[in-house]
Design a protein around this ligand. Sequence first.
Ligand SMILES: Cc1cc2nc3c(=O)[nH]c(=O)nc-3n(C[C@H](O)[C@H](O)[C@H](O)COP(=O)(O)OP(=O)(O)OC[C@H]3O[C@@H](n4cnc5c(N)ncnc54)[C@H](O)[C@@H]3O)c2cc1C
Ligand code: SF4
Ligand code: SF4
Length: 607
Amino acid sequence: MSDVLRQSMDVDIACVGFGPATGGFLTSLAKSLSQPDSTPLESKIMPGMPLQVVCYERADDIGFGVSGVVTRARGIRESFPEFNPADIPMAAPVREEKLLYLLDPTGASRRPLAMRLADKLIRAFRIGLPIEHEALEIPYTPEFLNKDDGFVLSIGQFNQWVGQQLMMSGAVQVWPASPVKEPLIDDNKVVGIRLMDQGVEKDGTPTAAYMPGMDVRAALTVIGDGPVGPVGRKIDEQLGAPEGRSNDEWAVGMKFVVDLPEGVDLEPGTVFHTLGYPEPEIFGFFYVHPDRIASVGIFVPSWFDNPARTAYRYLQHYVQHPYLWRYLNGGTLRSWGAKSLQESGCRGEPHLAGDGYARIGEGSGSTNVLTNSGVDEAWVTGVQLAEGVVELLKEGKPFTRENLEAAYVARRRASWVEKEGRTAEKARDGFQRSFITGMIGMGLTGLTGGRLAMPGKPLPPHERIGKVEDFFADRLGAEEIESIKMDCSKTGRVLHDALMERCGWPVIEYDGKLLVSQQDALLIGGKVQAPSGVADHIVFLYPNQCESCGTRICVEICSGEAIYPGENGAPGFDREKCIHCGACIWNCAGDNVRLEAGAGGLHSAEN
Ligand SMILES: Cc1cc2nc3c(=O)[nH]c(=O)nc-3n(C[C@H](O)[C@H](O)[C@H](O)COP(=O)(O)OP(=O)(O)OC[C@H]3O[C@@H](n4cnc5c(N)ncnc54)[C@H](O)[C@@H]3O)c2cc1C
Ligand code: SF4
Ligand code: SF4
């Protein structure tokens, strides 16, 4: 379709994605642009006019992102010295922070022997230990995990608040519902972006209503499209990545936002970090917002080897852990969501800058898995880029790789984000071997400031995760698994439900309020929406490969049950259910799923 007539527009700076990283970039830039005493930064493409800055966000509104969030907000507070959580819905200062080891109340959790023994000892010596409702309160929260000077936020509400400040400044434009299809690359230089085509069939074939996506040409393209963003991925593919880069560590984070039942008197700002349940590999969180609202969620990491690894089902067991259930029982689901986390941190860092472009936020390797913090780090990388950009503009220097490295990358290298990121680099390597070595490794790294770590080689999930038969071999015979599989394929039931129940996980007793089916969850709290007239954003690259894929992990893990067993070997995809979490791309057993730019998705600004 190279001969189609496309609209084209010129701007000075084009940004991809409006998450915390771009929020930090635009906030800092807008401040510099609107300083009354500074020399106005003039647009190069419209001489005499102020700088033309535009940001395109994929989701149908800004603030439809998914996150925890408890954050120390060091960078955010620097940007907003008057930061007052009372101005932002669902925000509160952290009041109480607890680290909890959750015992297994069901007997179904796959605990290693050492953990089972530890559980027995904890139960045997419960008198004298801080044990309550099947949870041991760990008396000391290591300094590196502490967020007691920070805030509990909803990232959706925070992003909306940031968006409002930006709109009021009038210095930049933010356009939601505008997925960016790809970068425009000319002779190894990024010269702008192309928006997604509209009026096409699901496979991209133009219909009578075809409207080619506009080309937005820019002197600088800022890529803040998050951990699985297609624009960042295309830059990597076309312009390459640093030698030795490894971005194989992932997790899917899934959460419920819940109206707590009346009578629950937890203070806003209460924070629980948990480990040990539903599976040792799955960490969890429970944060209390004002107005008796809580966020509760889990992380299912790429180093969890269970091929039937459904975050939704595990989250339902998590919320029913007695320690949490005493607060949640009787509560109502307001909204839910899921998103991938790029957990390789610095090791997953792409080229941070090149001719005409710069990368910020989680997609640029800013998330810190030792401190469990990504929002503030992403924000700060955006601020650093803005400072660098203003410097270059004032000096009249072009956005070349060399100049961006001196003005942006050097700032980043000298900052706490880099220092703490380097400390965290090997923090989770021990988990590649086992949960216990992982915990020891985290402790070692955190307590020695990164000088010591437990060795372990991060592997991409498709090299780690084996067959269902192998993973469940100690619990179920091959014949039994085969019969469960056949049963599931006849009845259309998902395999993980059948396997989990056979392994002792209790059946979920839906209460229609908080414990609802995955299908009902898709309809709650703003729903999932998928516009027509755009191409499907999940593409199975080699359908033939799927025919011989035994595990079909894409079906098992899909956060919205949008991927289902197809008819001819290849899975099917129903975009009406896709929440754009990106988990299918890194979980696929054959590296066979591609996430393209896509429209719609979750409609909730509470996550
Ligand atoms: C369940 C969960 C809990 C978490 N808890 C915490 C926590 O407690 N504390 C903490 O600090 N961090 C937490 N994180 C991590 C945190 O959410 C991320 O580190 C942070 O959001 C990264 O910000 P970002 O701006 O780089 O990317 P994102 O927040 O991912 O934003 C990227 C934006 O780009 C948009 N986009 C993507 N592709 C395109 C495209 N093609 N065109 C246009 N727009 C596009 C996306 O829609 C999105 O809005 C959590 C994450 C999850 C999933
Ligand atoms: S997409 Fe990946 S996981 Fe799914 S069936 Fe195909 S190869 Fe297997
Ligand atoms: S199909 Fe959509 S909801 Fe399912 S795993 Fe992939 S991105 Fe997530």
